[in-house]
Design a protein around this ligand. Structure first.
Ligand SMILES: C[S@@+](CC[C@H](N)C(=O)[O-])C[C@H]1O[C@@H](n2cnc3c(N)ncnc32)[C@H](O)[C@@H]1O
Length: 210
């Protein structure tokens, strides 16, 4: 089956033998791809709305994976199974993700795989704050939008963050650089502190550009 470049990149980070909840599964295409391409995966495909779950049900039946994907109508992690060890969240805004993670019981969770297309730094801070350390961080571009994909594991500093410094990451840095340069041009000279802060950020990005 074919799925988007973004979903395929997210799937890459799911380990064999995982017990996954996909929060906000919508069509469940990612989940179907996972059970078909990874070994021994069980998934709870969960969504807050009935319509997406109906779509998910039809897709799950179409691909005959009913034994590996269970559907759940739930807000965030409210119906979390104690066996679940991996949380997958993609395609939602930062504040929704924050609410879901803050309200959820993460006791048995070993791995978070989260993808977002805004507020990358806030998400990274949140992940650390709730007791996980980032193992991998990758930027991808799909349909003219940049997304970050983060894989984090329970515990502090168990791994050093392995950023994937590929061409897309460079392209993203250039995009952020251009944005910051156009912002600084609009800031009045008297706002020295703000301009200084931005200049420092621009310098840092320039040092990372190849
Ligand atoms: C844009 S879709 C993303 C679908 C898929 N995860 C992806 O990345 O393509 C967002 C889905 O999240 C669901 N959603 C939003 N808030 C939620 C919440 N608090 N709990 C569970 N699902 C939620 C929506 O109903 C919608 O189906």
């Amino acid at each position: 089956m074919k799925i988007s470049k973004r979903l395929k990149a997210i799937a890459h980070y799911v380990e064999d033998n995982s017990n996954v909840i996909d929060v906000g599964c919508d069509h469940a295409l990612l989940d179907i791809y996972l059970v078909k391409n990874k070994k021994n995966i069980q998934i709870i495909a969960s969504d807050i709305k009935e319509n997406p779950l109906q779509k998910a049900k039809e897709n799950i039946e179409k691909y005959h994976v009913e034994d590996k994907i269970k559907l759940s109508l739930a807000d965030g992690l409210e119906k979390l199974d104690t066996k679940t060890d991996t949380i997958l969240i993609s395609g939602m805004g930062y504040f929704t993700i924050r609410n879901i993670l803050k309200k959820g019981n993460l006791t048995n969770i070993k791995t978070l795989i989260i993808s977002i297309n805004e507020n990358f730094n806030l998400l990274k801070k949140l992940i650390k704050k709730i007791g996980f350390s980032i193992q991998y961080e990758q930027i991808i571009e799909d349909h003219n939008k940049f997304y970050i994909i983060i894989k984090a594991v329970k515990g502090r500093k168990r791994y050093s963050n392995q950023k994937i410094y590929n061409e897309e990451y460079q392209k993203y840095l250039k995009y952020v650089l251009n944005k910051k340069e156009s912002i600084i041009k609009k800031i009045p000279k008297r706002k020295r502190l703000l301009r200084l802060k931005l200049r420092k950020e621009i310098k840092k990005i320039n040092s990372q550009l190849k």
